[in-house]
Design a protein around this ligand. Structure first.
Ligand SMILES: Cc1cc2nc3c(=O)[nH]c(=O)nc-3n(C[C@H](O)[C@H](O)[C@H](O)COP(=O)(O)OP(=O)(O)OC[C@H]3O[C@@H](n4cnc5c(N)ncnc54)[C@H](O)[C@@H]3O)c2cc1C
Length: 403
């Protein structure tokens, strides 16, 4: 029975806002500082960037809000290597060689993320999961069968499951699906906080609230002007501003969309298989489902092509009803009592790939922008690609993410 109760519903508040362990030491920017790298944005992208760079560079991280309060706190954190566009469709758009490279790089990034969390002993509810991609109105049974073949040919761990197998193993009424290894889920806010604290322990300083206004490049470096009147002088500046694109930065093909999510109360009775798996649909708009470590069901999707729709409380209630109805249609025996419901903005691009790289000829100002639904995977890739550029090395896949 997918009945729903709304007692004490925390409307507009993300589940992770109540996570423990979100503290990050911050300070005001009281006087001018000089560092190797200034990172603008203390979300998950800025956190991976700071963590990766802090080993060899002096760092200032600045945010106009407290850390983590951009889209990171709203993320449902399905940590996937599957790009928003299936491999067969990405191949049509950018060619087979690059599409396979993009998929393999994402696969590696999710593995790297899990390794970093384990090495650094970051407590963030990280759990390796399988991913089940269900046939829907955008890609049906035949397309998904071809998709699974293309992925296997690329060396990726995906298998096609026919409708009868989906019914028999999971009780799901769909014509087909692709089951893949190598994904994970976690708490994105605790992950980002843990990375920022590790960077701070190596000497990185987090300044908040400080807004970056402009980056002025000269032959010796960059001067970052801020709203508090003091400046940061750096050899390199990296904008990790999520979906609040820095002024003057070109964003060809990137669009801001709104998306919705909700979480049940903890310790719900859920089919055992769903604890090991994240589920998403090849539909537009789509539904996705994952479990949290404390037994909550997290459900999201219903994306809309609007940068502001996520701010509308009435729409949040309507979207929750739609998500509940879709969940009930997919899993009629699961009881979902909504505890948290929230919404946020994220970015889409024509290829599902982000833009990562230098944004001017100096090579000193970099940006991380235009993420798709698996933005956190791209935060890892961005830290690797830009980290290499700052060290003066070349990342073999950097060209994939150039605008
Ligand atoms: C509801 C929802 C569900 C999602 N689900 C998933 C998912 O399942 N899997 C996944 O991988 N991704 C998901 N995403 C996307 C993912 O959350 C984002 O890709 C990720 O959080 C982006 O992190 P970020 O650090 O780049 O941006 P943010 O977290 O937005 O951080 C950017 C920071 O920059 C600061 N800032 C901006 N401009 C300035 C400035 N001029 N000066 C100073 N500071 C500035 C902001 O205050 C902010 O703190 C989801 C997003 C939403 C909203």
């Amino acid at each position: 029975m997918a009945a729903t109760t709304r007692r004490d519903l925390r409307t507009g508040r993300s589940l992770w806002a109540d996570s423990p362990g979100l503290g990050v030491p911050v300070r005001p920017l009281a006087r001018a500082v000089s560092v190797d790298v200034a990172v603008v944005g203390a979300g998950i992208s800025g956190a991976f960037m700071a963590h990766g760079l802090s080993r060899d560079h002096s760092l200032a991280v600045l945010d106009r809000r407290p850390p983590l309060m951009g889209s990171t706190i709203a993320s449902t954190a399905l940590l996937q290597w599957e790009v928003d566009l299936p491999l067969i469709e990405l191949t049509r758009r950018i060619g087979q060689t690059d599409a396979v490279r993009a998929y393999r790089r994402s696969f590696r990034a999710v593995a790297d993320l899990q390794r970093i969390v384990a090495d650094q002993k970051i407590v963030c509810g990280l759990k390796p999961k399988q991913s089940l991609y269900l046939a829907g109105d955008a890609y049906g049974r035949r397309a998904l069968e071809t998709e699974a073949e293309a992925r296997r040919a690329a060396g990726l761990p995906s298998d096609f499951l026919a409708g009868a197998e989906l019914k028999g193993r999971f009780g799901l009424d769909r014509t087909g699906g692709v089951l893949s290894d190598g994904s994970a889920t976690g708490d994105p806010a605790r992950l980002a906080a843990g990375l920022l604290r590790r960077a701070a322990a190596r000497g990185a300083r987090v300044y908040s609230p400080v807004e970056a206004l402009e980056a002025l490049v000269d032959p010796d470096g960059v001067t970052l002007l801020t709203d508090v009147g003091t400046v940061i002088r750096a050899r390199h500046v990296v904008f990790c501003c999520g979906y609040e694109f820095p002024r003057g930065v070109p964003t060809p093909g990137a669009r801001i969309v709104s998306t919705w999510a909700m979480a049940s109360r903890p310790r719900r009775r859920i089919p055992a298989w769903l604890r090991q798996m994240l589920v998403w649909e090849a539909s537009d708009p789509y539904l996705y489902i994952r479990m949290s470590r404390d037994g909550r069901l997290i459900v999201g999707g219903e994306d809309e092509a609007s940068a502001t729709a996520h701010e509308d409380p009435a729409k949040l209630r309507r979207k929750c009803r739609t998500l509940e109805a879709k969940l009930k249609a997919l899993l009629p025996d699961v009881y979902f009592d909504v505890d948290y419901a929230w919404a946020g903005a994220f970015g889409e691009s024509d290829t599902g790939l982000p833009q990562i790289g230098p944004i001017d000829d100096s090579g000193r100002v970099h940006a991380v922008m235009g993420f798709g639904g698996n933005g956190i995977t791209y935060s890892v890739i961005a830290s690797q690609v830009i980290g290499a550029a700052i060290r003066g090395a070349a990342d073999p896949d950097a060209d994939l993410y150039r605008a």
